[in-house]
Design a protein around this ligand. Sequence first.
Ligand code: SF4
Length: 374
Amino acid sequence: MTFKEIFNTYNYEQIEKEISEKTSSEVQIALNKNKLSTEDFKALISPAASSYLEQMAVKSQALTKQRFGKIIQLYAPLYLSNECNNICTYCGYSFDNKIKRKTLNDQEIIEEAKAVKALGFDHVLLVTGEANATVHLKYFLHAIELIKPFFANISIEVQPLDEEEYLSLQKAGVYSVLVYQETYNKQNYGTFHPKGKKSNFDYRLETPDRACKSEIHKIGLGVLLGLNDWRIDSFFCALHLDYLQKVYWKSKYSISFPRIRPAEGVHEVQNPIHEKELLQLICAYRLFNPDLEISISTRETPHFRNNVIRLGATSMSAESKTNPGGYAVAKESLEQFTIDDNRTLSEFKEIIKKQGYEPVLKDWDRVYSDSYAK
Ligand code: SF4
């Protein structure tokens, strides 16, 4: 059964009801288990679990230490383009926003890569909007060749691609693909994505399958927190993760928690998730899946990021710029969203060390990959 077939057997409203009806005793049962089901995950993200946050955090900390040690892997996003043909009602790069568009050329890509490397990063996440005429597979492959000499680990967060395209990226040395469903609420997905290729809910839903089939090492999932009820969307994301892990057991997985941030044309968040709830969600994922990499971006506040170092996070961005050219060549171009933690990489490394954890800038090299050997 494909994930789409599994997904279509569920009812969004029914899941909302089931989560809201979870009881304290169901939360306690989940807390005492070693191997959790998606039903247990529902209990841990339910309102009933909010009074068990301390126990969840203690267990999340212990499981993370046991599986990953006391480390935080650090990476930087590198925006290559803010061109986009989609209309997404929550994003500063939306096609209908009259902003100055920029796609980095060869020289600019190299300058940005040098600037990111000079900060100390060895892991980089390439990000673009979805403009298929200018920012396409050929552009990505070329950009990867240009930046390869600077970084040990390259991830991408771009438009959903076909399986053969992911295979080309894997062969070019891409380590991971991040693709967020944004929301699993098929009924109102179209309201947030009224125009462009992204309005195809099913194609996006099946993207992780295509990336996994091409043997990309790691797949990053997530939902855009703030679009719909975070509990229901996160349940479906956990269900998706569970399916992928069972079918594509050779791949690694990570989860991110993008929260809608202020951006050009974005005025109001309909379904905000508060910091305490976000921590509950992070701990729930850790208890549900001890192998899962948990990634926290600079969208979050310094205070929250400081705390989550010990409570389940395994990878974090730092000193991020969310605009193409933001590190060196066009510092004033429009950001995709504003960030909350403006500390430098050096400052953040010190924070990690003060908590008894080790900041890790490199934990991978392309020589380990099959494509390098071929
Ligand atoms: S979220 Fe992505 S696809 Fe949507 S407008 Fe922004 S950059 Fe484009």
